[in-house]
Design a protein around this ligand. Structure first.
Ligand SMILES: Nc1ncnc2c1ncn2[C@@H]1O[C@H](COP(=O)(O)OP(=O)(O)OP(=O)(O)O)[C@@H](O)[C@H]1O
Length: 105
């Protein structure tokens, strides 16, 4: 059940499960990423994904380097997920470093 209203600003990209758009929380003006599942995605698959995200949400996103999952709701029968807005994907990050390896840990 949605507790917040979002204003859709721009389409960011598409993945296997759905489309992702940059949105603004109308009340707080926080900019977030909304992922809307495609119409044909099985309800069980969507619910499985949401269950995993709810488990991951119990970890601290910053120390575990996972994207912050904010909330989920259904809109016109389609599942929607709200995430923090990220500015770079892994491809762009690696490209910006000219594909140089990076020490981790
Ligand atoms: N949190 C985010 N912040 C900014 N952009 C995002 C965010 N999540 C996704 N995107 C953009 O939307 C595109 C599609 O994201 P999505 O998560 O659906 O991709 P995917 O991992 O390929 O898909 P799937 O997990 O459904 O197979 C990404 O390549 C990226 O450009």
């Amino acid at each position: 059940h949605a507790t917040n209203s979002y204003y859709v600003e721009k389409l960011l990209g598409e993945g296997g499960f759905g489309v992702v758009a940059r949105c603004m929380n109308v009340d707080t003006e926080e900019v977030v990423a909304l992922k809307m599942f495609r119409e044909y995605i099985d309800k069980e698959d969507a619910e499985g994904e949401i269950e995993c995200l709810c488990k991951l949400k119990q970890l601290d996103a910053d120390t575990h380097n996972v994207v912050k999952f904010i909330e989920h709701f259904e809109y016109k029968g389609r599942f929607c997920l709200i995430f923090e807005m990220l500015d770079l994907d892994l491809f762009d990050f690696l490209e910006s470093r000219n594909w140089r390896p990076k020490a981790c840990g």
